[in-house]
Design a protein around this ligand. Structure first.
Ligand code: ARG
Length: 472
């Protein structure tokens, strides 16, 4: 590391030691913002020139110099100097090395405070779009699975105890709706970031005649911030994005947990593809769902990212405070962890084998037609609470004898309640138990088909939104 390079040398006679330099730096983390930083600087320089603040020649030198730096960074040919505190200093000092005095004019009417806020907003917008793309791919995998296994009945659970049979498609679509809401939150986070802070300078605005609207248009922002103090210290958009990521990850952790359970011998509902499984170094028979477990486990990181960011923001006085430099790690970690987890879930789901017969067999056990037997009595005039009691006794008797409700004879039903007619047994056939749940949002095949169309339409709408905003 060379001696600390600071842009405030005039005021100082001493320089920070190596520890202070390392403690104060963020370059290791925020180098990721290089493209946004360069785009923001080019827009600023062009605007300064068109406002007559710097010359056109200087702006052209700045632009060419910055694009050269970008090319070098992307080619892996840029040697970052850790003596530069952050990406803004690294780019600007290299620019000045390359083009001389013109480089020193770039920072006119600008502060790193409005610069970093601009970079982070550009980045949040870009990453929200990327996450929306991954979210859409996972949703389309879930929709395809629901279609492919149309008609497969499986046990539905409450308290992880068998409750009532449902269609596998219905179960998978439940996750599609969670992910549909996640997309709505990601779109909101995109819009929250879509306001330009540049032009706020350090905190109070600047004496130079900036055209903020022109910069906003060039960088693709829909609006300019209304208050310079707020603009340099507002990280709500970052918290919105991290919250959207965190709840999205919580949803993935629920699905991951089910994949873990379903791939056990006890459930046996799915067989994970070898490419998405691991073995054991000691137990030769093992096939472990590590990737699903990691998605479940990494959810803790996101909850930590969100909590850490909110605590960093808490009690900050206006305006910019260096605490805000700590926003980057949680934001980047939340984005990257969710992006990888969405990809892993898609990989697991699109390659796993669904053991339809195991699911169907599971749907026969657990007395899952008991509600239907009670409903039968209630529909024939018996008060539901009494019907519940009659059927409860039948379940108890069956359990004692190791029989299923479907094994009962009509005579046995009649003995329990004279209201049971000859058609009562047909009502507890598992296929009919499913197909008669026709309330809106219910598990009957007609309703699930309707839901599939709704989920596909919501997906198509989000895909259109993503395409429109990618094109901006
Ligand atoms: N690296 C800083 C950050 O991420 C940039 C802004 C520094 N501003 C300042 N006044 N020290 O927040």
């Amino acid at each position: 590391m060379t001696d600390a390079k600071t842009p405030w040398g005039g005021r100082f006679t001493g320089t920070p030691g190596e520890f202070q330099q390392r403690f104060g730096a963020s370059l290791g983390t925020d180098a990721r913002l290089y493209a946004e930083d360069i785009a923001g600087s080019i827009a600023h320089a062009r605007m300064l020139a068109s406002q007559g603040v710097i010359t056109g020649e200087d702006a052209a030198l700045i632009e060419a110099g910055l694009l050269g730096i970008q090319r070098d960074i992307e080619a892996g040919a840029f040697a970052f100097d850790l003596a530069d505190e952050d990406i803004h200093m690294a780019v600007e000092s290299e620019l000045t090395r390359r083009i001389g005095d013109a480089g020193k004019r770039l920072h006119t009417g600008r502060s790193r405070n409005d610069q970093v806020a601009t970079d982070m907003r550009l980045h949040a917008k870009r990453e929200a779009l990327r996450l929306l793309g991954s979210n859409a791919r996972l949703r389309s995998t879930l929709v395809r699975l629901a279609e492919e296994h149309e008609g497969v009945v499986m046990p539905g659970y409450t308290h992880l105890q068998k409750a009532q049979p449902v269609l596998l498609g219905h179960h998978l679509l439940a996750y599609t709706w969670m992910l549909t809401r996640d997309a709505r939150r990601l779109r909101f986070a995109y819009e929250a970031a879509d306001v330009l802070p540049l032009g706020s300078a350090a905190l109070a605005g600047t004496t130079f005649p900036l055209d903020r609207g022109a910069v906003a248009t060039e960088l693709g922002f829909s609006a300019v911030s209304a208050n310079s103090l707020d603009a340099v210290s507002d990280r709500d958009f970052a918290a919105d994005l991290v919250y959207a990521c965190t709840l999205g990850m919580v949803h993935l952790s629920r699905l991951a947990e089910e994949l873990v359970l379903w791939s056990t011998e006890e459930f046996g509902f799915i067989t994970m593809d070898d490419a998405w499984s691991t073995g054991s170094s000691i137990m030769p028979q093992k096939k472990n769902p590590d990737f699903a477990e990691l998605v479940r486990g990494k959810t803790g990181r996101l909850v930590g990212d969100l909590t850490g960011l909110l605590v960093t923001l808490k009690s900050l006085p206006l305006a910019y405070n260096k605490d805000l430099q700590e926003d980057k790690e949680p934001v980047f970690d939340a984005i990257d962890t969710l992006a990888d987890s969405l990809r892993a879930m898609e990989g697991m789901l699109s390659t796993m084998h669904v053991n339809e017969a195991r699911m169907a067999a599971g749907a026969l056990g657990g007395f899952m037609a008991a509600t239907d037997l009670a409903d039968y009595l209630a529909a024939h005039g018996v008060p539901f609470r009494e019907a519940h009691e009659v059927v409860g006794k039948l379940v108890l008797a069956c359990e004692r004898d190791g029989r299923r409700l479907q094994d009962l004879t009509h005579a046995e039903l009649e003995a329990a309640s004279p209201v049971f007619g000859a058609d009562a047994l047909a009502a507890i056939d598992i296929a009919s138990v499913v197909s008669r749940r026709t309330t809106e949002g219910g598990t009957a095949p007609v309703r699930v088909a309707e839901q599939l169309a709704q989920a596909s339409a919501a997906l198509a709408a989000d895909e259109r939104w993503i395409a429109e905003h990618l094109g901006e």
